[in-house]
Ligand binder design. Structure first.
Ligand code: GDP
Length: 330
């Protein structure tokens, strides 16, 4: 069999659009490759897929490790209204960047959901992608949408930069918290709470119930103090249980309501417009950086500048200003 990467782009796209999961997985792998010939092919494929993309609900989900994200995604995915949909699950795992094992990447997660014919799960965006995990995830979304997935869940661990990335590539952003973990906010930065369209107090079951109610009141109080969101919609706070299914129906109603309201108001379109602009700026930044760092002519200039900065001899802005004066883009 001909290797997938050797197929003409139109054949790749047809295979993806026909619902062939293996081709879809290989296409995502292709977009993650740094090899220049692969990159060129990946861009051609993405360009061909682009007109077929955009028709999904892009849902971001974040929370601390152990908050119950994968249990929640599995439960939501199996929930009747969603089990009628074509669901793509992408995980953005900042830890995989360091190739030291990952928080999200183990294969035992979402086992039940992964066996569903209407579900495609990609465990972890590769940190090897030139533009980092955000760019990798954006490209995967285009391919998933071209393959007909209409509900895309993007999961990330709320431990750093990645949740902001996820906010920038999804239409709605959900935060999972758990009650009674000392500080109700569990090290989740206030900014992350402010970004959330919905806050779900998970594990509101069994002996946790009372604490979960208290947590809800506390979170609602905090949310009231935030400025109005650009969507114009209030942040909803719900008690849920990914294991008993408590509140999942309300979560789904709220998500649908959000999409109806933001489509009608035009906010959804404007959010995606902003996201395209942001993607462009990031790609421009990465592209220019790539030119400079890959050019043999600049290798010595760069390493000397870095050496002087690291040794404390030169300030970074001074080094960059000197460097820029010596760089001529063809
Ligand atoms: P993640 O790291 O955020 O993906 O968390 P997991 O989904 O792996 O869940 C971490 C642990 O919490 C697992 O042992 C789950 O079984 C448990 N868990 C997840 N959701 C619930 C819930 O709603 N109630 C209870 N009691 N346990 C839960």
């Amino acid at each position: 069999m001909k290797d997938f990467v050797d197929l003409p782009v139109q054949e790749m796209l047809s295979a993806i659009r026909s619902g062939d999961r293996v081709s879809l997985a290989r296409a995502i792998t292709l977009t993650e490759s740094k090899r220049p010939d692969h990159r060129k092919k990946a861009i051609d494929l993405l360009t061909a897929a682009y007109p077929f993309s955009g028709n999904s609900m892009r849902i971001g989900i974040t929370g601390s490790p152990g908050a119950g994200k994968s249990t929640f995604i599995e439960a939501l995915g199996m929930f009747p209204p969603l089990s009628q949909k074509q669901i793509g699950v992408l995980a953005v795992d900042p830890s995989s960047r360091m190739s030291k094992g990952s928080i999200l990447g183990d294969k035992t997660r979402m086992q039940q959901l992964s066996r569903m014919p209407n579900v495609f799960i990609r465990p972890s965006a590769s940190g090897n992608h030139l533009g980092g995990v955000a760019a990798a995830t954006r490209e995967s979304i285009i391919l998933l949408e071209a393959a007909g997935f209409n509900t895309i869940l993007v999961e990330t661990v709320g431990v750093g930069q990645s949740e902001t990335d996820v906010y920038d590539i999804t239409d709605i952003f959900l935060l999972l918290l758990i009650p009674g973990a000392g500080d109700e906010l569990q090290g989740i930065k206030r900014g992350i709470m402010e970004m959330a369209d919905g806050i779900l107090i998970n594990k509101s079951d069994g002996s946790n119930q009372e604490r979960a109610q208290l947590a809800k009141v506390e979170v609602e109080r905090a949310v009231h103090l935030f400025q109005a969101k650009p969507s114009g919609l209030p942040t909803w706070v719900l008690n849920i249980s990914a294991t008993t299914g408590l509140g999942l129906d309300t979560v789904w109603q709220q998500i649908e309501h959000y999409f109806q309201e933001t489509t009608a108001s035009g906010y959804l379109q404007s959010r995606r417009t902003e996201q395209r602009e942001k993607w462009f700026r990031e790609a421009l930044h990465d592209g220019l950086l790539q030119i400079i760092t890959s050019h043999p002519q600049y290798t010595e200039l760069l390493s000397n500048a870095l050496r002087d900065v690291v040794s404390g001899q030169t300030l970074p802005p001074t080094a960059i200003s000197t460097l820029m004066a010596n760089i001529r883009l063809a």
